[in-house]
Design a protein around this ligand. Structure first.
Ligand SMILES: [Zn+2]
Ligand SMILES: [Zn+2]
Length: 185
């Protein structure tokens, strides 16, 4: 499996990300080769607008441009996922925040995710957003208080809301085993 990783500045991808993701995938699917390749392009607009005033339309345009750039880059590279990791503050982080995303977002149908969590939550958030790319759902209800879903049997599961761990529940493992996105590999 290939994940293209864009890092606004070097070192934003958590150093344990690859090992922890490999562990999770291997526990579900057996040996799963995992390559993290640098995404070589630069999101110039996202960086240039780091300090510019940003209204909703400008934010949506900036994010949409980034998605189109990634899709163009990978159009002849079908077996990939994409993870963009941004600093806070940055143009991309400000745009995504403006659109209502807290620490990151994933679009599984496009196989694109962005992460801009605070440094001490980066490993958890990068794993969380990447599992979304594989079709894994949140383990919390989408309502105030974000209570855990009854399907999640691990109180330390990082697909729950606010859990800064690297553990997942059995329900997450089942979704990884059944993932259509991962069947291509
Ligand atoms: Zn989530
Ligand atoms: Zn769970």
């Amino acid at each position: 499996m290939i994940i293209y990783v864009y890092q606004e500045k070097k070192g934003l991808l958590h150093p344990a990300f690859k090992d922890r993701l490999s562990d999770i995938l291997e526990s579900c699917l057996g040996s799963t080769p995992l390559d993290l390749l640098p995404y070589p392009a630069i999101f110039a607009n996202a960086i240039n607008s780091a300090n510019a005033p940003l209204d909703y339309v400008a934010a949506a345009t900036l994010v949409n441009d980034a998605i189109i750039a990634v899709k163009n880059y990978v159009s002849d590279r079908p077996n990939y996922f994409f993870l963009g990791v941004f600093n806070k503050p940055s143009g991309m982080q400000r745009a995504l925040t403006k659109l209502g995303y807290q620490w990151g977002v994933s679009w599984p149908e496009d196989k694109i995710s962005f992460d801009y969590a605070p440094e001490d939550s980066r490993l958890m958030n990068q794993l969380h957003e990447t599992l979304h790319l594989f079709g894994v759902d949140d383990c919390y209800e989408d309502r105030p208080g974000h209570p855990a879903k009854v399907t999640c049997g691990n109180s330390l599961c990082f697909m729950r809301y606010g859990n800064n761990t690297s553990q997942v529940c059995a329900h997450v493992r089942e979704q990884i085993k059944a993932s259509e996105q991962l069947k291509q590999y």
